[in-house]
Design a protein around this ligand. Structure first.
Ligand code: PMV
Length: 286
């Protein structure tokens, strides 16, 4: 029996723009998914297309048990964390000898095949290696870890990443002269944020701008607006959608002393709050 876990993630900057080759900054967060894999002679009962693909790719059979601290379909990378932890546990249980880099690229191919090609490598890479990463196409640069205090607000409105990505792609096809400058502005905000990474007040302002640009792309939702506004009013340095939008979650960068107040404000607007910080480990054996 092998038990592995892998963390979730938030996008601090650049979601959607990364789909068009722009840079994005993503951070692994503490809540994890725990996966237990046990050798079996018979094919496993299929629980999800992600698990099915993991076993298919590794060419083995096994039973699998999942315990998740991450809500699914909420923009926190739970499908990537499940995939990374499952591949890692299969690798360990069967002694297949794959490296962490192999696991990250296999996890990306699982996500691509389940999500019909529409998945950037961000979630799977961040979940495998942990930390905070600047991602642009195939280039991934680890940024110095920052002890940010984050409060995540889950709207509990489920969304489909694939649908939101497709919606932006259609908008871009019909109105390139509107959408391309928005994507360029998201890129500029992401790049500017790198210059102020130690200045949380300035970083928060860039997160606010990134949020408004995502709204302009059409991936906002009234429930997200409520939680973002509540977090800012309760003292967050900045707050924005994280992930695909249209529901799912927002993230607020917070002064340490205000994180409980901000979490309370989110709960007061019918969101589920998670107070968290960076995970520097990535996938690990339990
Ligand atoms: O909602 P999530 O966590 O799957 O994030 C989606 C981020 C997008 O940029 C919209 C798509 C992607 O694959 O990067």
């Amino acid at each position: 029996m092998a038990v592995w876990s892998a963390p979730g993630k938030v996008f601090l900057f650049g979601e959607h723009a990364v789909v068009y080759g722009k840079p994005g900054i993503a951070m692994a967060i503490k809540p994890r998914v725990y996966v237990t894999v046990r050798k079996t002679r018979h094919p496993p009962r299929v629980k999800s297309p992600y698990l099915e693909k993991c076993f298919e790719l590794m060419g083995v059979n096994g039973s699998v048990y999942i315990h998740s601290q991450l809500p699914s379909s909420s923009g926190l990378g739970s499908s990537a964390a499940v995939t990374v932890a499952t591949l890692s546990a299969i690798n360990d249980e069967y002694g297949l000898g794959h490296t962490k880099s192999d696991i990250a690229s296999m996890a990306h191919s699982v996500e691509k095949s389940v999500q019909k090609g529409r998945a950037s490598a961000t979630d799977t890479y961040v979940s495998t290696f942990g930390g905070v990463l600047l991602i642009q196409g195939d280039i991934k640069r680890r940024l110095p870890p920052e002890d940010f205090h984050l409060v995540i607000g889950n709207t509990m409105v489920s969304h489909s990443t694939a649908r939101m990505v497709e919606q932006v792609s259609k908008f871009r096809a019909t109105d390139p002269d509107i959408v391309n400058p928005i994507l360029d502005a998201i890129e500029a905000v992401t790049m500017r944020s790198l210059h102020v990474f130690q200045d949380q007040r300035a970083l928060g302002r860039y997160m606010d701008i990134n949020h408004e640009l995502l709204e302009a792309l059409g991936v906002g939702h009234p429930a997200l607006t409520r939680l973002v506004t509540a977090a800012r009013a309760a003292g967050a340095y900045g707050a924005k959608i994280t992930g695909a939008g249209g529901g799912g979650s927002m993230v607020a960068l917070c002064p340490k002393r205000s994180k409980s107040k901000i979490a309370g404000a989110i709960e007061g607007c019918d969101g589920r709050a998670i107070i968290t910080t960076i995970d520097n480990e990535g996938a690990r054996k339990e």
